[in-house]
Ligand binder design. Structure first.
Ligand code: DC
Length: 222
């Protein structure tokens, strides 16, 4: 199987780039952040503090997370219920960041991620895909952009959707999540030694997709 790992901070455009490249290549796109979000939502629904390690860990025995791929779109199920919309709510972002620092949560999702990669040509996006989940991925990418540019993109996206937001709040949240994700003890966000780093601050989405597709084609030929 041809596996591509794509890691990077929140809002760097990983999911849009991975989705676009997967479509062009005929690969499946696996969004692992969505899995952490689903665990976060499960905790929020039970009123469990998302930083409470024993309680979040105990909850894992009660939940099942699965993915389905419909028309190239990934759907996320929590105990067979489609939670694909709910996981995108702002409170789910912080909950996901909290639960993702819990080792038992990472172990819980690791098997699911591994088996998807074993059985499919895929582009898997996350924070630790090239470093921990798929260390043997054929191609590893680290997609980043400045925090200000990422906040800008998110701001435009939300305003276009008619959701009123404050730019400074978004920027603060991004900086906070970057810090959480890269300073945690387990699987911190960092580029794999052999990752190709792409800084998309000055690149359009199509430029990023074209760049990735080109890299894959070059690797396929080898
Ligand atoms: O990519 P995202 O914003 O949907 O991810 C949500 C949170 O999950 C993010 O704060 C970091 C965490 N995450 C992780 O720790 N490891 C991954 N492979 C994917 C996401």
């Amino acid at each position: 199987m041809f596996n591509i790992a794509i890691d990077g901070p929140s809002g760097a455009g990983k999911s849009s780039a991975a989705k676009g490249a997967a479509k062009e290549l005929g690969f499946i796109y696996v969004d692992t952040g969505a899995m952490y979000r689903a665990v976060g939502v499960a905790a929020l629904r039970r009123n469990i503090d998302t930083k409470d390690i024993p309680n979040v860990t105990a909850m894992l025995g009660e939940i099942e997370i699965s993915l389905a791929f419909e028309d190239g779109e990934q759907k996320v199920y929590l105990n067979k219920e489609d939670v694909s919309k709910e996981i995108r709510l702002p409170e789910a972002s912080m909950a996901a960041s909290d639960v993702s620092a819990i080792p038992a949560v990472r172990a819980f999702l690791f098997d699911l991620q591994k088996s998807l990669a074993r059985n499919n040509d895929c582009i898997m996006d996350g924070r630790d895909i090239g470093t921990v989940v798929l260390p043997d991925a054929k191609l590893k990418l680290f997609l980043t952009a400045s925090a200000e540019e990422r906040a800008n993109r998110r701001y435009k996206e939300l305003i276009d959707r008619g959701t009123p937001v404050d730019y400074k709040t978004l920027l603060d949240e991004i900086v906070q999540r970057d810090y959480n994700d890269s300073h945690r003890a387990i699987a911190p966000l960092k580029p794999a030694d052999d990752a190709v780093v792409i800084d998309s601050t000055e690149m359009s989405l199509n430029e990023v997709i074209d760049f990735i597709v080109k890299l894959v084609r070059e690797n396929e030929d080898e």
